[in-house]
Design a protein. Structure first.
Length: 212
Protein backbone atom coordinates (compact mmCIF):
# COMPACT_ATOMS: atom_id res chain seq x y z
CA UNK A 1 0.00 0.00 0.00
CA UNK A 2 1.47 3.35 -1.04
CA UNK A 3 1.84 6.34 1.31
CA UNK A 4 -0.98 8.12 -0.55
CA UNK A 5 -3.47 5.27 -0.16
CA UNK A 6 -2.56 4.16 3.36
CA UNK A 7 -5.67 3.62 5.49
CA UNK A 8 -5.52 6.12 8.40
CA UNK A 9 -7.51 3.79 10.65
CA UNK A 10 -5.43 0.70 9.91
CA UNK A 11 -2.04 2.44 9.93
CA UNK A 12 0.02 1.24 12.87
CA UNK A 13 1.14 3.84 15.37
CA UNK A 14 1.48 4.09 19.12
CA UNK A 15 -1.76 5.56 20.39
CA UNK A 16 -2.48 6.97 23.84
CA UNK A 17 -4.91 4.09 24.45
CA UNK A 18 -5.55 0.94 22.40
CA UNK A 19 -7.49 1.68 19.22
CA UNK A 20 -10.38 -0.49 20.41
CA UNK A 21 -10.74 1.73 23.47
CA UNK A 22 -11.10 4.76 21.24
CA UNK A 23 -13.68 3.01 19.08
CA UNK A 24 -15.73 1.60 21.97
CA UNK A 25 -16.04 5.09 23.46
CA UNK A 26 -17.52 6.39 20.21
CA UNK A 27 -14.96 9.18 20.13
CA UNK A 28 -14.84 8.87 16.34
CA UNK A 29 -18.59 8.91 15.69
CA UNK A 30 -19.64 12.23 14.21
CA UNK A 31 -22.99 13.45 12.95
CA UNK A 32 -24.87 13.35 9.65
CA UNK A 33 -23.38 16.77 8.82
CA UNK A 34 -19.74 17.58 8.06
CA UNK A 35 -18.81 21.24 7.71
CA UNK A 36 -16.13 22.37 5.30
CA UNK A 37 -13.77 23.19 8.16
CA UNK A 38 -14.06 19.67 9.61
CA UNK A 39 -13.59 17.74 6.37
CA UNK A 40 -9.83 17.43 6.91
CA UNK A 41 -10.46 15.41 10.09
CA UNK A 42 -12.92 12.99 8.50
CA UNK A 43 -12.10 9.34 7.82
CA UNK A 44 -15.19 8.13 5.97
CA UNK A 45 -18.98 8.28 5.71
CA UNK A 46 -20.98 5.29 6.95
CA UNK A 47 -23.80 3.81 4.89
CA UNK A 48 -26.31 5.46 7.24
CA UNK A 49 -24.86 8.89 6.41
CA UNK A 50 -22.91 9.39 9.67
CA UNK A 51 -19.48 10.96 9.25
CA UNK A 52 -16.62 9.20 11.03
CA UNK A 53 -13.58 11.03 12.41
CA UNK A 54 -9.98 9.87 12.00
CA UNK A 55 -8.88 8.62 15.45
CA UNK A 56 -5.21 8.99 14.52
CA UNK A 57 -5.74 12.74 14.13
CA UNK A 58 -7.73 12.87 17.36
CA UNK A 59 -4.89 11.14 19.20
CA UNK A 60 -2.26 13.40 17.61
CA UNK A 61 -4.16 16.56 18.50
CA UNK A 62 -4.75 15.53 22.10
CA UNK A 63 -0.97 15.20 22.44
CA UNK A 64 -0.30 18.57 20.80
CA UNK A 65 -2.94 20.36 22.88
CA UNK A 66 -1.49 18.88 26.07
CA UNK A 67 2.01 20.11 25.19
CA UNK A 68 0.61 23.58 24.63
CA UNK A 69 -1.48 23.64 27.81
CA UNK A 70 1.44 22.43 29.93
CA UNK A 71 3.29 25.67 29.12
CA UNK A 72 0.80 27.84 31.00
CA UNK A 73 0.40 28.65 34.66
CA UNK A 74 -2.42 26.24 35.61
CA UNK A 75 -4.64 28.92 37.13
CA UNK A 76 -4.52 30.83 33.84
CA UNK A 77 -6.27 28.04 31.92
CA UNK A 78 -10.08 28.03 31.90
CA UNK A 79 -12.35 25.19 30.79
CA UNK A 80 -15.93 25.83 29.69
CA UNK A 81 -18.44 23.01 29.46
CA UNK A 82 -22.06 23.89 28.83
CA UNK A 83 -22.90 20.31 27.80
CA UNK A 84 -24.16 18.23 30.72
CA UNK A 85 -22.06 15.18 29.88
CA UNK A 86 -18.93 17.34 30.04
CA UNK A 87 -19.57 18.64 33.55
CA UNK A 88 -17.92 15.73 35.38
CA UNK A 89 -14.89 15.11 33.12
CA UNK A 90 -14.09 18.82 32.76
CA UNK A 91 -14.28 19.30 36.53
CA UNK A 92 -11.98 16.34 37.15
CA UNK A 93 -9.51 17.64 34.60
CA UNK A 94 -9.51 21.04 36.28
CA UNK A 95 -8.94 19.47 39.70
CA UNK A 96 -5.98 17.38 38.54
CA UNK A 97 -4.40 20.10 36.43
CA UNK A 98 -5.22 23.14 38.57
CA UNK A 99 -7.33 24.77 35.85
CA UNK A 100 -10.39 26.94 36.39
CA UNK A 101 -13.59 25.22 35.28
CA UNK A 102 -17.03 26.57 34.39
CA UNK A 103 -19.51 23.73 33.93
CA UNK A 104 -23.05 24.59 32.94
CA UNK A 105 -24.40 27.86 31.58
CA UNK A 106 -21.86 30.51 30.64
CA UNK A 107 -22.46 33.87 32.33
CA UNK A 108 -22.10 36.70 29.78
CA UNK A 109 -19.28 39.04 30.69
CA UNK A 110 -17.14 36.34 32.33
CA UNK A 111 -14.33 37.16 29.91
CA UNK A 112 -15.19 40.75 28.97
CA UNK A 113 -16.79 42.61 31.89
CA UNK A 114 -14.30 43.61 34.62
CA UNK A 115 -17.17 44.81 36.83
CA UNK A 116 -18.69 41.32 36.99
CA UNK A 117 -17.69 39.48 40.18
CA UNK A 118 -16.92 36.32 38.22
CA UNK A 119 -14.72 38.07 35.64
CA UNK A 120 -11.49 36.24 34.75
CA UNK A 121 -8.52 36.91 32.49
CA UNK A 122 -7.25 33.50 31.36
CA UNK A 123 -4.28 33.02 29.04
CA UNK A 124 -5.99 30.18 27.16
CA UNK A 125 -9.41 28.50 27.21
CA UNK A 126 -10.77 25.06 26.39
CA UNK A 127 -14.28 24.69 24.97
CA UNK A 128 -16.25 21.45 24.93
CA UNK A 129 -18.32 22.54 21.93
CA UNK A 130 -17.95 25.78 19.94
CA UNK A 131 -21.73 25.82 19.38
CA UNK A 132 -22.87 25.12 22.94
CA UNK A 133 -20.10 27.35 24.30
CA UNK A 134 -20.69 30.06 21.68
CA UNK A 135 -20.72 32.98 24.13
CA UNK A 136 -17.40 31.94 25.64
CA UNK A 137 -16.00 31.56 22.12
CA UNK A 138 -17.19 35.04 21.15
CA UNK A 139 -15.84 36.72 24.27
CA UNK A 140 -12.47 34.94 24.18
CA UNK A 141 -12.06 35.71 20.49
CA UNK A 142 -12.81 39.40 21.04
CA UNK A 143 -10.00 39.53 23.59
CA UNK A 144 -7.52 37.52 21.56
CA UNK A 145 -7.41 34.62 24.02
CA UNK A 146 -6.19 31.37 22.38
CA UNK A 147 -9.02 28.85 22.05
CA UNK A 148 -8.73 25.07 22.06
CA UNK A 149 -12.02 23.36 21.23
CA UNK A 150 -13.40 19.85 21.01
CA UNK A 151 -15.08 19.86 17.61
CA UNK A 152 -17.53 17.40 16.09
CA UNK A 153 -18.14 17.00 12.35
CA UNK A 154 -21.01 19.53 12.44
CA UNK A 155 -19.01 22.32 14.11
CA UNK A 156 -17.91 25.51 12.40
CA UNK A 157 -14.39 26.27 13.61
CA UNK A 158 -14.26 30.01 12.94
CA UNK A 159 -12.23 31.70 15.71
CA UNK A 160 -11.07 28.33 17.11
CA UNK A 161 -7.28 28.33 17.23
CA UNK A 162 -6.77 24.61 17.75
CA UNK A 163 -9.27 21.87 16.92
CA UNK A 164 -9.42 18.49 18.64
CA UNK A 165 -11.70 16.41 16.37
CA UNK A 166 -13.95 14.37 18.62
CA UNK A 167 -17.52 13.32 19.30
CA UNK A 168 -18.29 16.17 21.71
CA UNK A 169 -21.80 14.96 22.52
CA UNK A 170 -21.22 11.42 23.78
CA UNK A 171 -20.88 10.66 27.49
CA UNK A 172 -18.14 8.05 27.07
CA UNK A 173 -16.36 10.03 24.39
CA UNK A 174 -16.13 13.15 26.57
CA UNK A 175 -14.89 11.10 29.52
CA UNK A 176 -12.12 9.61 27.40
CA UNK A 177 -10.93 12.81 25.75
CA UNK A 178 -10.83 14.74 29.04
CA UNK A 179 -9.08 11.82 30.77
CA UNK A 180 -6.42 11.67 28.06
CA UNK A 181 -5.92 15.44 28.02
CA UNK A 182 -5.53 15.41 31.79
CA UNK A 183 -3.01 12.59 31.75
CA UNK A 184 -1.00 14.10 28.92
CA UNK A 185 -0.83 17.55 30.52
CA UNK A 186 0.53 16.00 33.73
CA UNK A 187 3.03 13.91 31.74
CA UNK A 188 4.21 17.00 29.86
CA UNK A 189 4.70 18.82 33.17
CA UNK A 190 6.70 15.92 34.54
CA UNK A 191 4.12 15.29 37.27
CA UNK A 192 3.21 11.86 35.90
CA UNK A 193 5.42 9.18 34.38
CA UNK A 194 5.20 8.45 30.65
CA UNK A 195 3.53 5.09 31.27
CA UNK A 196 1.61 6.05 34.41
CA UNK A 197 -2.15 6.31 34.67
CA UNK A 198 -4.19 8.71 36.77
CA UNK A 199 -5.43 7.54 40.20
CA UNK A 200 -8.93 7.51 38.71
CA UNK A 201 -10.14 5.54 35.70
CA UNK A 202 -11.75 6.73 32.49
CA UNK A 203 -15.06 5.52 33.89
CA UNK A 204 -14.52 7.77 36.92
CA UNK A 205 -14.35 10.70 34.49
CA UNK A 206 -17.74 9.79 33.04
CA UNK A 207 -20.96 11.64 33.84
CA UNK A 208 -23.13 9.22 35.82
CA UNK A 209 -26.62 8.48 34.55
CA UNK A 210 -29.36 8.20 37.15
CA UNK A 211 -31.13 4.89 36.75
CA UNK A 212 -34.45 3.83 38.23
Amino acid sequence: MSEETKDPIEEEQALLVPRDEYLVSGIHIGTSVCTKSMQKYMYRVRTDGIFVLNVNLTDERIRTAAKFLARFEPSQVAVFATRQYASVPSTKMARYCGFKVFPGRFIPGTLTNPTYSGYIEPDVIILTDPRADKQALTEASSRGIPIIALCDTDNITTNVDFVIPVNNKGRKSLALVYYLLTRQVLIERGELGENEDLPETIEDFSFKLIRD
